[in-house]
Write a protein that binds this ligand. Structure first.
Ligand code: G4P
Length: 284
């Protein structure tokens, strides 16, 4: 399976982010807990250098808890403060506020030594499309704070959300695209739905996913769809079509529909919590 995907507005978004990043002290990097590495953009290290950084493992509700913990540890070993969150439910938001405070401690202290008091630290949320940036900002803003700055539509000024006395968040996230020259990275991004399905062969993608599930989460598909995992991937896909009554022209199996259904079940957590990318430092 080969991935090529060049959205037209990519360059514009990157330029906007480069402009905005100059305005902030702290970068809040959102990654997908199911694929914490493949959902990053390596440019962020360059773009965000000299800035404090917090990594958020978003959609933690969809990934296995033990791997979430392992990834948090891994990011901490790389020198970042890291927190797992479920932005959809709004859980983890309290922890984030304190981690942001922690990440900015040095900056606040530096300001204080220079006699600058009460200047809020400014932060910006960044991440690849669909990782949950808007949901996260809404969850955090909804909980904590009032908007500051200019009214939308009145001026072109930036919108800042005051999280507390010390921290303000830019309400426009920075969008970066994932790098998927590596086909394995592309495949994982496609599994989670970060590459539009219209440009992919859904059946092929579903078969790759079935292969992964057989290896890493044996039994899950059998239980959910009453298939037989000793079959090959396409036969299993046909089994899913059969058990879910995906039919065309009377009684012909509609494997395309079954493929879409399977991927949708996975993406919405209906196959249980699944981590597609596992780190090496896990204890057990
Ligand atoms: P973006 O700004 O980074 O592009 O992402 P956005 O917030 O639009 O979120 C993309 C999708 O991910 C949304 O689903 C959103 O609900 C979902 N999402 C965000 N954070 C979480 C999380 O922590 N857990 C789970 N399970 N889902 C999350 P959607 O299907 O596009 O919209 P909706 O049907 O949920 O409204």
């Amino acid at each position: 399976m080969h991935f090529q995907w060049y959205p037209g507005h990519m360059t514009k978004a990157k330029r906007m982010m480069q402009e905005n990043i100059k305005l902030v002290d702290l970068v809040v990097e959102l990654v997908d807990a199911r694929i914490p590495l493949s959902s990053r953009n390596p440019d962020i290290d360059e773009l965000g250098k000299n800035k404090a950084r917090v990594v958020l493992l978003n959609k933690a509700d969809l990934a296995e808890e033990c791997w979430n913990e392992a990834w948090i540890k891994w990011f901490e070993e790389q020198g970042f403060l890291a927190v797992k969150v479920n932005s959809k439910k709004g859980s983890g938001m309290k922890a984030i506020q304190s981690v942001i405070g922690e990440a900015c401690k040095e900056k606040i202290e530096r300001d204080r030594r220079r006699g600058i008091l009460n200047r809020p630290v400014r932060a910006m949320v960044v991440g690849i499309p669909n990782v949950g940036k808007s949901t996260f900002i809404n969850a955090l803003a909804g909980k904590a704070c009032a908007k500051t700055g200019n009214k939308p539509g009145v001026t072109k000024g930036k919108q800042w959300i005051r999280l507390n006395k010390q921290v303000e968040l830019l309400d426009t996230p920075g969008i970066l695209w994932p790098k998927f020259e590596d086909q394995k990275v592309g495949l994982k991004l496609a599994f989670i739905g970060s590459i539009k399905d219209e440009i992919l062969n859904t059946e092929e993608l579903a078969c790759e996913f079935i292969q992964y599930m057989k290896q890493e989460y044996g039994g899950v598909l059998n239980e959910k769809y009453h298939t037989d995992e000793s079959d090959d991937s396409y036969q299993i896909l046909m089994g899913i079509a059969r058990s879910r009554h995906c039919l065309v022209r009377g009684n012909e199996l509609d494997t395309e529909k079954a493929a879409a259904l399977l991927l949708d079940d996975f993406r919405n957590g209906r196959l249980g919590r699944i981590t597609l990318e596992k780190c090496l430092n896990k204890d057990s």
